[in-house]
Design a protein around this ligand. Structure first.
Ligand code: FES
Length: 107
């Protein structure tokens, strides 16, 4: 496992989300009740960029077909609006490591 820096805390807007790409991986960082949360940034349904969706409390809604994920656990709480085009599954979350103003994760 190695630590990688994703962003500075100050880059993550209060109650908002940003996307960060590191190498070939895409991550979502969100501010929930003043704490930074991290999960994979592409929807498990059809790879929608979750940071372009909406965040309501701890629920991230995909902008493409509306699947919803709990950013605290990565659990899919609602599938795509059009069920005939496949399913969404849970998304991997990461425990953020805060070092100064940096947000890091271990991968
Ligand atoms: S790509 Fe996210 S719900 Fe379809």
């Amino acid at each position: 496992m190695s630590k990688i820096k994703l962003a500075s805390i100050s880059e993550v807007p209060k109650d908002g989300m940003i996307e960060k790409v590191v190498g070939e991986r895409t991550f979502l960082l969100a501010s929930v009740n003043g704490a930074v949360k991290v999960m994979d940034g592409l929807c498990s349904h059809r790879q929608g960029h979750l940071a372009k969706g909406t965040l309501k409390a701890n629920i991230v809604r995909c902008p493409v077909h509306g699947s919803e994920f709990d950013i605290m656990t990565g659990k899919m709480v609602r599938g795509p609006k059009i069920p005939l085009i496949g399913k969404a599954v849970d998304i991997k979350t990461y425990a953020p490591i805060i070092e100064g103003d940096d947000v890091l994760i271990e991968i």
